[in-house]
Design a protein around this ligand. Structure first.
Ligand code: ADP
Length: 408
């Protein structure tokens, strides 16, 4: 079964085509700067071994429709293609950012699902509209293939009310859906499942804290396989310090900015989402650059790293308490997978909690899934590369197969 995974943003489409039987990626790529004066399409056809053949096209891409049409042409192309006919693509899995409370799991897309995604637009005004557009365009191109929605929020729908409810008038929850939802669910779920394999212990018998540190960053407390708390909230702005997002601040900060500095709502939004986080503190949001600068004595970079890792450590403590017992901490995503320094600083001083990182193992460069705790550490510390696209493909396959069985 070949499954196409699509992640549509406001001006981009990212895609990956999986051959699920042979556990292989057939092709991947992206169409970027859609609707801008200059567009760019990158397509990679995987060959035997680690080899690949790449095609890059630089010309305007007027719409998502045009972008996806071109991607499909390349997937069918004589030279760069990987399938002979569109019918060889059995299903399309879409990443959808916000499913609100309507979706607890992956779902085959029908009219009702589209309506529900539309209803959740107020909760994710920047993400759900392009996700919907991707679905509509893909439905038109692949009218016979099931379209499946995999929601970023679904994995966190097991979070109990005591952890998701904000202490504001209850009607805001009942009538306007104001609550914590959490994001990065696909990644947290994927690495939790991989931890099960790595540790050879059933997920249903373990408590985990998963730490996803990419440009966006979040943590989840996972009890016996179910998310019971997470750092992001109603929007992805809450929780950890991120590349350009502030994470947790005093909720009264916007009033201060408006009253004292006469900033508009739009300016405050931009300040907290685009000019804060690591960038706000030290001027840079790329972790590699910040680590380099810290090494060469940049004081602002040092402060940024201290604030960043202190926040992670604080949530490790909070989630340890929420879970009552802890089996493993899992680091993932660009920073979590690649930065020994960040992992070390985040776990520093937690020995009395049974969390002991092994400096040597932590610093050993290895791309794969691995354990980096000392032999005596009561809590395992793991590095597990995330793979959200693969998880979307696996989930898509599962629901499509289930629906075929049910209809038989
Ligand atoms: P996204 O959230 O956009 O998917 P990624 O998961 O790719 O982001 O993470 C991007 C972050 O990972 C950037 O801050 C980048 O600097 C950081 N990163 C990538 N490689 C390394 C590395 N070797 N050491 C430290 N940070 C790294």
């Amino acid at each position: 079964m070949n499954i196409l995974v699509i992640n549509t943003g406001s001006s981009s489409i990212k895609y990956e085509l999986f051959d699920m039987e042979n556990h292989r990626i057939l092709a991947s790529g992206s169409a970027e700067k859609i609707g801008e004066a200059s567009g760019i399409l990158k397509h990679k056809k995987m060959l035997q071994g680690d080899k690949s053949q790449q095609k890059v096209e630089e010309k305007p891409i007027s719409s998502h429709q045009q972008g996806l049409n071109r991607i499909v042409e390349l997937l069918l192309d004589n030279e760069y293609g990987v399938v002979q006919d569109k019918s060889e693509i059995a299903a399309v899995g879409h990443r959808v950012v916000h499913g609100g409370e309507a979706f607890h799991s992956t779902t085959i897309i029908d009219k009702k699902v589209i309506e529900a995604i539309k209803e959740n637009i107020p909760l994710a005004p920047l993400h759900n509209p392009p996700n919907l557009m991707g679905i509509e365009v893909s439905r038109a191109i692949f009218p016979d293939a099931p379209q499946v929605a995999v929601f970023d929020t679904a994995f966190h729908q097991t979070i109990p009310m005591k952890a998701f409810l904000y202490a504001v008038p209850f009607e805001l929850y009942q009538e306007d859906k104001v609550r914590r939802y959490g994001f990065h669910g696909t990644s947290h779920a994927y690495v939790a499942e991989r931890a099960e394999h790595l540790l050879s212990r059933p997920l249903s018998a373990m408590n985990l804290i998963t730490v996803h540190l990419g440009n966006g960053a979040s943590m989840a407390a996972i009890e016996k396989g179910s998310s019971i708390d997470t750092t992001m909230g109603m929007t992805p702005l809450a929780g950890l310090v991120m590349g350009t997002r502030s994470g947790d601040v005093d909720p009264a900060l916007p009033f201060f900015l408006a009253d004292h500095l006469k900033m508009s709502l739009k300016e405050i939004d931009t300040l907290l989402n685009k000019k804060s986080g690591l960038k706000g503190i030290c001027g840079y949001n790329d972790m590699r650059e910040i680590l380099e600068r810290e090494k060469s004595g940049d004081e602002q970079a040092r402060i940024a790293l201290e604030v960043y890792t202190y926040r992670i450590k604080k949530y490790i403590g909070a989630y340890y308490a929420a879970l009552g017992s802890l089996d493993a901490i899992v680091f993932t995503a660009g920073i979590g997978e690649n930065s020994p320094a960040i992992r070390e600083l985040s776990c520093q001083g937690l020995n009395k909690l049974g969390i002991e990182i092994d400096s040597g193992r932590n610093r050993k460069s290895d791309e794969g899934e691995r354990e980096i705790n000392t032999p005596d550490s009561a809590v395992k510390i793991l590095v597990i590369p995330t793979n959200e696209e693969l998880r979307i493909a696996q989930e898509t396959k599962k629901v499509v197969e289930r629906s075929i069985q049910e209809s038989e």
